[in-house]
Design a protein around this ligand. Sequence first.
Ligand code: TYD
Length: 189
Amino acid sequence: MLEGIDGAGTTTQSRILVNRIKGLGLKAVLTREPSDGPIGLLIRKILKGEISAEEDVLALLFAADRLHHMESLRDHLKDSFVVSDRYVLSSLAYQGSRLPLEWVASINSRAISPDLAIIIDVDVDVALRRISNRPRERFENRKDLIKIKSIFLDLADRYGAFVVDGNRSIEEVFQDIWNLFKNWAGVDG
Ligand code: TYD
């Protein structure tokens, strides 16, 4: 699972990772959160400000989206590497920046734990520059992202997630992610 603040590059790196895994002749599936299912679509409207919802409602929706779309991936989880562009740590960092972390953790306690969680850590200025050409969503401002970045780094220790430096080129960042994946999966390539 790839995690990080907006602009960290989780979407780009998840795509490359799935393609490289498939390139080894292994099965891999790419997914993302918020998902493309009905709860994920609702969440996207809230993030854009098209529908209003309090923080606790949004947190519950993220948790529900997670369980719901993992249900649809159940068969893939048996025989494929499932790569998710964001997962539980995003809820802990984003929703935890505005709500008690323990509560956010408790509503996510039924989500299966990832085998490998990688946080792409990026400077907030770099992140803001990367997302400067798109409309700003709910958490996409300097103040929130500074807080969320720091929670992600605290979570790394607590949840055994790996941190890679995302301020470099796509290829350099990917090399670190690929090394972590290969070590964990025990594959050469
Ligand atoms: P993002 O992953 O950047 O998707 P897109 O590229 O389609 O905009 O946006 C998702 C936003 O949702 C991002 O700001 C992080 C936030 N988020 C949470 O607040 N909690 C979560 O549990 C997840 C998965 C994402």
